[in-house]
Design a binder for this molecule. Structure first.
Ligand SMILES: [Zn+2]
Length: 173
């Protein structure tokens, strides 16, 4: 029986399905921000990994951070972890999150001025995630934006895409 017949939480224990769902996280987040068509592919390179094709090449911004972090948020969204715990998984397992972790660290450096403006905006709106100028508040803010986008897009649809990606190695959204 294929893993795609398993219950959702069991599917997530399979490296290939987990990689597919991780990539779907990136794809859904990218699509919500840049509505042009995007491809995502997974492949085996010692471990299952994936990429968006063509690779997005946007300058760092808060929106880019959401796309970067969406993979780890998708992978952990069934584990009842809070944002701090997801951040801990991201950092402690940075080798398996390879490019994502490095890109997040680069994004942290590059978006400081943008985060100062964001901090002001959130304060005016009465929303609080911790200090978004610092990593300690920025990550929870990004995490919550990813979760909201996933809920809006629909968990079921994300699994349909992950299933297609698992079976075909490639999907377009
Ligand atoms: Zn990723």
């Amino acid at each position: 029986m294929s893993v795609t017949h398993y219950a959702l939480h069991l599917r997530m224990n399979h490296q290939k399905y987990r990689a597919a769902f991780h990539e779907v996280g990136h794809l859904v987040m990218l699509k919500s921000w840049r509505p042009d068509k995007s491809n995502v592919a997974i492949y085996y390179d010692g471990l299952w990994c994936g990429e968006i094709l063509p690779p997005p090449n946007y300058p760092h911004s808060i929106d880019v951070a959401k796309v970067i972090v969406a993979g780890v948020v998708a992978e952990t969204c069934y584990e009842q972890l809070n944002a701090k715990e997801v951040r801990r998984v991201f950092e402690s397992d940075f080798r398996s999150f390879g490019g994502d972790w490095k890109n997040y660290k680069k994004n942290l450096k590059a978006t400081k001025p943008e985060r100062i403006a964001l901090s002001e905006m959130l304060l005016n709106e009465g929303r609080y995630y911790g200090d978004v100028v610092e990593d300690s508040g920025y990550f929870p803010y990004i995490h919550s934006a990813c979760m909201a986008t996933f809920q809006h897009f629909g968990e079921h649809k994300m699994h349909l895409l992950a299933k297609a990606l698992y079976l075909n190695g490639k999907v377009i959204l």
